[in-house]
Design a protein around this ligand. Structure first.
Ligand SMILES: NC(=O)c1ccc[n+]([C@@H]2O[C@H](COP(=O)([O-])OP(=O)(O)OC[C@H]3O[C@@H](n4cnc5c(N)ncnc54)[C@H](O)[C@@H]3O)[C@@H](O)[C@H]2O)c1
Length: 366
């Protein structure tokens, strides 16, 4: 009797220990851990035990220069309950590292295309910084050949596994990758223009910073709408609409417009071959993702700039301020009154944008 009780207690302890080990290892989601569906720790259980109430977010390209700080900042976001980190390299290490942070979100890693479906299933928001960045002397368009294919594959995964998720697309050239994603979703029959958002927040973040410097203000008090697209002359800061209302000399306008349009190149050259903006981009991506999540939660008055399907100009996509709500970009705002300098800039921006959009559409329909 005594030995039988001991044996039962021993087995119970062993089961508990196995369950504990499985729970600790769950975030890694690696095939070499042999995590079977029949395991005591199914994904749903893990989510219920570890997760705080909130949204499920996936980052595709999570081990990259942007992906890693972005993943860390999203792990710190109280609106996130589950964070899936997908990449074709190094996602287990990034996941193990971030999983030790004592924040509410449960973090899990996914490695390689065969795990893309698991990474995406059930997600509310998918953030895509996957792809190659610029080196000195390159334009964003030079990245097209590699990144177009990556974005196509990942968006096919989204269409299959989480067709109702909001997509934040960061991979460059955004002016072409957003049209690519739209065509992929159209082909799959899942396209909802409200849910596809090209991330241009870094242009706004830079504009706020540079304008604040010129005005001698705290950048947190400044808001500059930046419209058009996300490359060179397609980046059009509307300095006439800066808040708080401010005026600029022609020299200041020229300096600020050039610096905002070339902010990315400034970083690429300073990094001298080691990539493009990653830390400020991760900050900007989280600012935007957080706004999307607050919109999904039903908060009122969430307005950010983004590159979206649009009827503001004759082009099918254009970046302007949009209102984010439960279903994505629920309202796309008009440009508002432009001064002569901005009207001239708009014409230049539209000309270049038209070609970039067409290039993206043609890539899918070739
Ligand atoms: N929208 C913006 O404002 C903005 C700003 C800066 C950079 N970017 C762009 O973001 C992208 C990423 O930049 P980065 O500096 O993080 O580059 P990076 O090379 O450091 O990281 C990219 C990551 O993507 C991963 N990856 C490649 N192919 C993949 C695939 N098929 N599936 C999943 N992951 C894949 C890589 O393994 C890598 O970890 C680039 O295209 C860059 O131009 C956009």
């Amino acid at each position: 009797m005594f030995y039988e009780t001991l044996a039962i207690a021993g087995r119970k302890k062993e089961t508990e220990a196995n369950q504990r080990i499985a729970r600790i290892a769950a975030h890694l989601q690696l095939s070499n851990l042999q995590m079977e569906e029949s395991s005591a720790l199914r994904r749903a259980e893990c989510r219920a035990k570890g997760g705080s109430p909130g949204f499920k977010v996936a980052i595709l390209g999570a081990a990259g220069g942007i992906g890693q700080p972005l993943a860390m900042l999203m792990k710190m976001n109280p609106l996130v309950s589950v964070l899936h980190l997908y990449d074709v390299v190094n996602s287990p290490g990034v996941t193990a590292d971030l999983s030790h942070m004592d924040t509410g979100a449960v973090v899990r890693g996914f490695l390689g295309q065969q795990q893309l479906e698991s990474a995406l299933t059930g997600m509310d928001l998918v953030i895509i910084p996957a792809g190659v960045p610029r080196k000195p002397g390159m334009t964003r368009d030079d990245l097209f050949n590699i990144n177009a294919g990556i974005v196509k594959t990942l968006c096919e995964g989204v269409a299959k596994s989480c067709p109702n998720a909001i997509v934040n697309l960061i991979s460059n050239p955004v002016n072409s990758t957003v049209p690519i994603a739209a065509e992929v979703f159209k082909k799959a029959g899942t396209y909802d223009p409200k849910r596809l958002l090209g991330v241009t927040t870094l242009d706004v973040v830079r504009a706020n910073t540079f304008v604040a410097e010129v005005l001698g203000l705290d950048p947190r008090e400044v808001n500059v709408p930046v419209v058009g697209g996300h490359a060179g002359v397609t980046i059009l800061p509307l300095l006439s609409q800066v808040k708080p209302p401010s005026s600029f000399t022609p020299e200041e306008t020229e300096y600020l417009t050039n610096r905002i349009q070339n902010g990315g190149t400034e970083v690429v050259e300073a990094k001298a071959g080691a990539g493009s903006a990653t830390l400020s981009m991760a900050y900007a991506a989280v600012k935007f993702a957080d706004a999307c999540l607050r919109g999904l939660r039903g908060d009122a008055g969430i307005v950010e700039c983004a590159f979206v399907a649009s009827q503001v100009t004759e082009l099918p996509f254009f970046a302007t301020e949009v209102r984010l709500g439960r279903t994505g970009a629920e309202e796309v705002f008009q440009l508002g009154p432009l001064n002569e300098y901005e009207r001239f800039g708009l014409e230049k921006a539209k000309k270049e944008l038209a070609g970039s959009i067409q290039k993206g559409v043609a890539f899918i329909n070739k």
